[in-house]
Structure formats: C-alpha cells, structure tokens
Ligand binder design. Structure first.
Ligand SMILES: *Cc1c(COP(=O)(O)O)cnc(C)c1O
Length: 361
C-alpha cells in the first residue's frame, strides 16, 4: 500500500530505543542487572500509597501536581513553583527539545551520552551534534568547542550513563559559564543522588537563567514502572514547558507512589549506603579478574573486556548463569558490558559468573 502521509523531517531517522533485556529464554526468574533499577525494589511506603490510590481510580488526577512538587521541594530545599513533573524525566527532556529546538537548530551532547538525546533532537526536527569524550569522560572543552550560534540545547548526564563517570561541580560550572544565554544547559541527574556531594546542578539552576536540572524516580527510588520524573529551572523555562505538557500527564497512582517514595528518607539512605558498598566490591572484583572498569559514581559499572568477541562471550556466559546485563555497543562500547550494582548476593553471583568465565576457580 502506498501513502501520501509524510512525517516531519528527522522522524524517520530515529532508530527505536533499545531497553535493557528483561528475559532469558528458558529461565523463569533471571537476575536483572540491565536497566539500573533499584535491586531493593520500591519503598514499602510508595507501595502502600499506590494501593490506597486504587480507591480513587475513577477520578481525574490533579493537573498541577502541587502536593508532589511541595514534597520534592521540602526534601531538596527548592522552590516548588519552579518544579515540573513528568512521565519519567524522559518527558521533561523531550519537552525541552520540542519547546526550545527545531529545524536548523543544533542539539549538542557528549559522544557516549544517553541514546535518547539523539531521539529527542530528531523528534524536534533539530540536528544532533556530538562532542567527543576523552577516555570515557565528558570533556568540557570539547563540548565548548562544538557550541555554535545554532546550538539551542546541551544535554549532559552527570554522572553519565553508561560510563558511570562524573564531572565535579567545578567542571559543570565551567561549562555553564561558557553556554550562551540563548542556549539551555540541561543537566540530566538520573543518577545524581549516587554521586556523593553533588546536588545535581540545583545551585547552578538557582544562579542562572538557562540551566535546567532533571531528576527521576526510576533509579534510586525504584519506581521505573510508575514513570515519574521532574525538572527544575528558572520560572520562564517552567512556564514554557507547562504549555506543552499534557494537563493529566501523571496518573493519580503515579503521583501517590512518588509522594510516598520521596518522603521515605530512611529507605533512600539505606539504598544509597548499600549501593556505595556494593559498587566498591563489584569494581574491585572486576579489576581482580583483569576486567578494566572506571570508578563509577552511579548505580552501575562499565566492565571493559579485551574486545567485542570477549564481551559477547561474557554476555552469553551471564545469560547461561541467569544474569541479564546490558550490551552497550550502541553507545560506542562494543567491548564492554554495563552491569547494575545489585544487592550483596547479586554482586556475588556476578563475580562468580565472571570468575568461571575467566577460568578462575
Ligand atoms: C534512566 C535514565 C533517564 C530517565 O529515566 P526516566 O525513567 O524517564 O526518568 C534519563 N537519563 C539517563 C541518563 C538515564 O539513564
């Protein structure tokens, strides 16, 4: 059949996003370490809030998310009026591109940046531009070199996915200083909580008109299935985003769950503590087996093998052991696997599988 329908320029250049695998043929209950989810699940308080929300399913949710915004503002010490909530931080990131970039504009991000950035740029009809990294680290100077009068948006995940490396606040500030006033610097803080001493860019947002911070409930909070994220920016940016946001973008169930989660600080603290301990164990264990691995500031590590065939063989070996990890060829790392930091017993399984892969008993 032929059609005379024609999507907007750029749309057909989008390759479908590939998520982390969630099943292995013939394995009932695999250990899923492929999507950087919280290995402890969600806070029990979030789960009971979700269950209670069932009684109100016939009602439309609020459109202004006032309660959730105020809970987030309390916890982080922010201005609730300048918070916007979205269906995952993905929604905020995509609305930013749609509202601020279009045909002829450039959207800039680092070489190994989150694969969604290219999709956001193309959805808006803008041109994706990639800045090289240096040794799997974002290079602020290389980003600055790529800024042109057409650059409207710069996406920077800090800590970065899939490398786990991070820029310190000084480097992020140096970049913010170099971004022209007609360009937004979007600090994607999906893993910000895991990076000790980093505020996700909140202080920079307060000090500048053109810096946006995004955060998510999908990683640390263990609510990936609920789809809640948020952004923080100057009032004029938030006002723009609210015009393009759907009024009922977040369900009543999602709002309830996120509110329960954000207020449960004990659960958050426990998860952070466990993550930092197990990340040290996983990193050390990998290196002991001769598998290179940068220092990660997130809830995953990037394990680098000798070459692509070895990485593929290790991936298969993991699958045979019932463990799912993430192939990251699409991010420019054909020789590596991204492994989410799990509970102590999960890290033990990973290290045992790798020891047998390497023939170490
Ligand atoms: C997981 C992730 C996100 C967003 O996830 P949401 O579930 O949409 O909030 C954003 N950026 C990076 C780098 C991520 O890894």
């Amino acid at each position: 059949m032929t059609t005379s329908l024609c999507p907007q320029p750029g749309i057909m250049d989008i390759a479908l996003y590939q998520g982390g695998a969630s099943s292995i043929d013939g394995q009932a209950d695999p250990l899923k370490l492929s999507s950087n989810e919280n290995p402890f699940g969600a806070s029990p308080k979030a789960m009971s809030a979700v269950a209670e929300a069932a009684a109100g399913l016939h009602r439309y949710p609020t459109t202004d998310h006032a309660e959730l915004r105020s809970a987030i503002a309390d916890v982080h010490g922010l201005d609730p009026d300048r918070i916007i909530c979205g269906v995952g931080s993905d929604e905020i990131l995509t609305l930013l591109a749609l509202a601020f970039a279009g045909p002829g504009d450039e959207v800039l991000y680092p070489e190994h940046g989150f694969s969604m950035y290219r999709i956001f740029a193309l959805s808006a009809g803008a041109t994706p531009v990639v800045a090289p990294e240096t040794e799997r680290r974002v290079d602020v100077d290389k980003i600055i070199e790529k800024i042109t009068p057409a650059t409207r948006l710069i996406y920077l995940a800090n800590p970065a996915n899939p490398t786990g490396t991070a820029l310190d606040t000084g480097e992020v500030t140096r970049l913010a200083d170099a971004v022209p006033a007609n360009c937004l610097l979007v600090l994607d803080g999906a893993y910000a909580e895991f990076f000790e001493g980093y505020d996700g860019g909140a202080t920079l947002v307060e000090a500048r008109e053109n810096v946006v911070m995004t955060r998510t409930f999908s990683k640390l909070y263990g609510l990936g299935g609920l789809r809640v994220g948020w952004g923080y920016a100057a009032q004029h940016v938030i006002d723009v985003l609210n015009r393009v946001r759907g009024p009922f973008n977040l369900s009543s169930v999602a709002l309830a769950g996120a509110q329960g989660a954000v207020r449960d600080r004990d659960f958050v603290d426990t998860c952070l503590q466990e993550n930092s301990e197990q990340r040290v164990r996983l990193t050390g264990g990998l290196r002991q087996l001769g598998i290179a691995c940068d220092e990660s500031q997130a809830n995953f590590v990037l394990a680098r093998f000798a070459n692509e065939p070895e990485a593929l063989a290790a991936d298969q070996h993991f699958k045979d052991a019932g463990i799912l990890v993430r192939l990251v060829k699409g991010y420019g790392f054909p020789d590596a696997l991204r492994i989410t930091v799990g509970r102590a017993e999960d890290v033990s399984c990973v290290l045992e599988a790798l020891a047998s892969f390497k023939g170490v008993e």
